[in-house]
Write a new protein. Structure first.
Length: 151
């Protein structure tokens, strides 16, 4: 890839790095507190690698599902960039590609990381990517480049 993918809307350009949260162990059947499940040790290593992995993209905003594992996935990136972590319900489990498309329209020209869950990414891409992986998106939330999970 020769550089970050850019979405052009008239004179406005948008880059979206769609991140499936880092590893957080396995969901336990019937666990009503799953939204509180934290990253595991591999997940913390992955989270620590995102600042370097995303350096070429000049990230301007960091948005995340309100679930603990998503927030923890992007906290090291936000800290390295001195950016706030913005929690958005549109990125929570059960959200759809329509929710993400509306959020993308709201972002304007920002280069943004959107941390979400496997079911949401599956709705956007038609497949469930590995935990910790990233898709760089263009146009109508179409695929552009794939960044495999770090570590």
């Amino acid at each position: 890839m020769r550089g970050p993918a850019r979405l052009r809307r008239g004179r406005v350009q948008l880059t979206i790095l769609l991140l499936r949260h880092a590893t957080a162990g396995r969901r336990q059947p019937g666990d009503e507190q799953d939204h509180l499940r934290p990253l595991d040790s591999r997940g913390w290593r992955q989270a620590a690698a995102y600042p370097e992995l995303y350096a070429a993209y000049r990230v301007e905003r960091v948005l995340t599902s309100p679930y603990t594992r998503c927030r923890q996935s992007v906290e090291p990136l936000a800290a390295a960039l001195a950016l706030p972590v913005e929690e958005r319900s549109e990125l929570a489990e059960g959200s759809t590609s329509a929710d993400l498309d509306a959020l993308a329209r709201e972002l304007g020209a920002a280069t943004a990381v959107l941390c979400t869950h496997g079911d949401v990414i599956c709705d956007v891409l038609g497949e469930e990517p590995e935990k910790g992986s990233t898709w760089v998106l263009d146009g109508g939330l179409g695929r552009r480049a794939y960044l495999p999970p770090p570590a």
